[in-house]
Design a protein around this ligand. Structure first.
Ligand code: NAI
Length: 329
């Protein structure tokens, strides 16, 4: 079986190269291009394509893939908000994902962002490099004894709950389903209660119609003054313009984002020499209490190995017509 692997990076080739030794029936061809309607034509004759978070797996792309005889779309990520699931079903294309490769890799980054914005580590690092040993602008708060509000307590949210408990925080959560594994230390509350009580709010629910822009000026106004907001889930959970309004209202002690609405054109690209015409990201970065990373939650040795292995197993399962919990369509 042959996979056309889109937007391949060196680390993908390494982790998939290692995992392929366990799957002798699979061949992978790596290309730099992102999967989108124009590049989908390249997949003609392949059994499957492999795509990531910034691919456009909308109706048009799926039509082109279908015309080229592609039967399976392998998403090498957990989220699938960029896939037109109904269209895939209609065309009989199987879509599989990697739902839980290493929840701790994302949860640990979420805590790293929370700590970094709280103690302004990005500033502290640069100050000392410049021989400036003053503490101006670096004051933070203790996490011990504070309240962490976790939105979405699936695999990653649950890992974040455990990390916050380790810091001696009270942990409250909001989810449409309660996770029984967390019953001994997490208190489920309504979203409004979570917003009102939390000193740290971390988002771990998927992007869906019901969660789109769940953080907006109305929900921001319900938060405590001096709250820390972390988003490692999907950019569009937060309305960026209204977040900026909230930052200007001095609502936040800090904001840490591994994902943001504008990221599609940026993720894993080097724009350091480009003049950005309309960059809301640049506006966000002008604030001293905001730190942005570029979708690196999944980027640990353990997570990459698990993503490669599960993705290849997903193709084996698809070829055998096996339905598994990794099925999106
Ligand atoms: P999961 O499916 O295990 O958990 C998601 C949880 O969100 C579930 O418990 C679900 O009930 C809950 N949920 C659904 N609708 C909700 C709502 N309206 N309000 C509150 N909670 C709601 O997913 P997992 O593995 O924990 O991943 C969460 C998200 O993290 C993914 O959807 C993905 O967008 C993001 N992610 C980001 C990565 C990164 O590199 N930054 C890497 C991997 C995932």
């Amino acid at each position: 079986m042959k996979i056309l692997f889109y937007a391949a990076k060196i680390y993908d080739k390494k982790s998939f190269g290692n995992a392929l030794s366990e799957f002798p029936g699979i061949e992978v061809e790596y290309i730099d291009h992102e999967l989108e309607p124009r590049t989908a034509t390249l997949a003609k004759g392949y059994d499957a394509v492999c795509a990531f978070v910034s691919a456009d797996v909308g109706a048009q792309t799926l039509e082109v893939l279908h015309d080229g005889g592609v039967k399976t779309v392998l998403m090498r990520c957990a989220g699938f908000n960029n896939v037109d699931v109904e269209k895939a079903k209609e065309l009989g294309i199987t879509v599989k994902r990697v739902p839980g490769y290493s929840p701790e890799s994302v949860a640990e980054l979420a805590m790293a962002l929370a700590l970094a914005v709280n103690r302004r580590l990005y500033k502290a690092y640069n100050k000392v490099r410049e021989n400036d040993y003053t503490l101006t602008g670096l004051r933070g708060v203790n996490f011990f004894g504070k309240t962490a509000g976790i939105v979405g307590t699936g695999k990653i949210g649950a890992a974040m709950c455990r990390i916050c408990r380790g810091f001696g925080m009270r942990v409250i959560a909001y989810d449409v389903y309660q996770n029984p594994a967390l019953a001994d230390f997490v208190e489920y509350v309504s979203m409004d209660e979570l917003l009102a009580q939390s000193d740290l709010i971390s988002l771990h629910c998927p992007l869906m119609d019901s969660t789109y822009h769940m953080i907006n000026i109305e929900t921001i106004k319900k938060m405590k003054d001096g709250v820390i907001l972390v988003n490692t889930s999907r950019g569009a959970l937060v309305d960026t313009n209204e977040l900026i309004e909230g930052i200007r209202m001095e609502k936040f002690l800090g904001v840490g984002l591994d994902v943001y609405e504008e990221e599609a054109g940026n993720v894993f690209e080097d724009h350091s020499d480009d003049i950005m015409m309309h960059s809301v990201t640049a506006r966000l970065l002008a604030f001293p209490n905001v730190m942005i990373t570029s979708h690196q939650g999944f980027y640990t040795v353990e997570a990459l190995a698990a993503i490669a292995e599960t993705t290849l197993q997903n193709l084996m399962d698809a070829a055998e017509g096996k339905r598994t919990p990794n099925d999106v369509a």
